[in-house]
Write a protein that binds this ligand. Structure first.
Ligand SMILES: [Zn+2]
Length: 427
């Protein structure tokens, strides 16, 4: 990087630094060879994790922030309302036909537009070498709106990890939507998301070129809570059915890392597996209690009806009631108390990041097993039921790889604890 840029870094004032810090949820460390160095917050990490942004990109980001641009909440990317511009980071799922060796075979719907585009289809040349990136752009017939997939603008500069070779130019692919002029923020987000979704859908359907928008990742500000590990490896004593062992291993499978809803459902299926047996045991226990009661008389209809009622009630128990019974029977209340007394930030509270499911309040007077059962069951419904199912109309579907799904970790950790307790209790 040139000296001139290094000099410009001296003009960052504390206010500007704090604007950058706030936008990225990162902490400023300093500048180094043309890069603004930042670190991820959290003192509990074994090592500091750094991220670098080129200083010239940081200047453009600051200018954008000053005219009202901001990062999107649900996706990785930026909106710039004054310029009527939105930029989404995208994932490209496999070698697709719009790669550099075959992009020449495609034509792109072109109309005269008024935007200043940095690149034109089909290629963008990088400044520092002969590396080529592909550029896809289509324009609406009135020339007002363009959708483009191309290397990032300065706003979406990749945050480079400390080991990255910073001599080399780094880019990432982004989807950009250009409107004809300033737009209201909410309208800009909605319209650009609609256009991005339609375009990516058609690219997949018509050309088998799959891309998806990257949901916004947040480095958790709380420390991840996990039970301490044992240092003694023993000959196994826990007998566990093979299918249960297989289900239990799924969330830890590194090839599935990041698939939070699948992790959730795998642990949930373990609980489900034990529901019928525990339910039967519970029913038998209740009937036995009636039979043993001192005033039970098999010659009296009232006594026999008591048994019938008890069995009928148990027969009609919903999955959520069965789940509560399972937790009450198999999970010691102390384990739940211990789990919820750990610091999970706001996750299980009323303002937690997962909407449409009940909070857990250890002081509410309701048993933790009963509160946990309700939360777990409703969350499961949000994952498995489609939105238009009238029974679950109040809760919208929670999609894999969505912004919410990426924040499920504490709920998954809770389910893991419950699955372990239930397996151990049912040997
Ligand atoms: Zn254009």
């Amino acid at each position: 990087m040139s000296e001139a840029i290094e000099d410009r870094s001296k003009y960052f004032d504390p206010k500007e630094i704090s604007k950058i810090e706030q936008s990225f949820n990162l902490r400023y460390i300093g500048t180094d060879k043309g890069f603004l160095m930042l670190e991820f917050p959290g003192n509990n990490r074994p090592r500091r994790r750094e991220a670098a942004i080129p200083i010239d990109a940081a200047f453009e980001i600051l200018e954008a922030i000053d005219r009202g641009a901001e990062r999107m909440e649900e996706h990785e990317g930026w909106i710039d309302p004054q310029r009527g511009f939105a930029e989404f980071e995208v994932r490209q799922h496999r070698l697709n036909a719009l790669r550099s060796s075959t992009i020449d075979q495609f034509t792109f719907e072109f109309h005269q537009c008024t935007h200043a585009h940095a690149f034109n289809p089909p290629f963008a040349h990088h400044e520092d070498g002969d590396l080529l990136s592909t550029v896809v752009r289509v324009t609406s017939s009135d020339g007002s709106t363009c959708i483009e997939i191309s290397p990032n603008s300065p706003l979406c500069s990749p945050l480079l990890p400390e080991y990255a070779d910073r001599e080399r130019a780094h880019t990432q692919t982004t989807l950009k939507v250009y409107f004809s002029g300033p737009r209201d923020k909410a309208d800009l987000i909605q319209k650009s998301r609609e256009l991005a979704s339609s375009f990516l859908f058609e690219l997949n359907v018509r050309h088998r070129c799959p891309y998806s928008l990257r949901p916004r990742m947040e480095s958790p500000s709380y420390r991840r809570q996990e039970a301490p590990i044992s240092r003694t490896v023993r000959f196994p004593k826990t007998s566990v059915p093979e299918n249960i062992a297989a289900l239990f291993s799924i969330p830890s499978d590194s090839t599935l890392r990041g698939n939070h809803t699948l992790s959730y459902l795998s642990y949930y299926q373990i609980l489900e597996h034990y529901l019928p047996a525990v339910h039967k045991r519970e029913t038998v226990r209740k009937v036995r209690r009636i039979l043993r009661s001192l005033d039970f008389d098999d010659k009296r209809d009232a006594s026999v009806l008591q048994i019938l009622n008890s069995v009928e009630r148990s027969h009609g128990a919903s999955e959520s009631e069965q789940l509560r019974a399972l937790l009450e029977e198999c999970v010691p209340e102390g384990k739940l108390r211990e789990f919820f007394s750990m610091d999970h930030g706001v996750h299980f509270g009323k303002n937690g990041p997962i909407s449409g499911i009940p909070a857990i309040n250890p002081k509410s007077g309701q048993s933790l097993a009963s509160q946990a059962a309700k939360r777990i069951y409703m969350l499961r419904n949000r994952i498995v039921h489609a939105k238009d199912d009238v029974r679950y109309a109040e809760s919208k579907v929670l999609l894999p790889l969505s912004h919410e799904a990426l924040r499920l970790s504490p709920d998954i950790e809770l389910l893991r604890l419950l699955a372990i307790e239930v397996i151990v209790d049912n040997q």
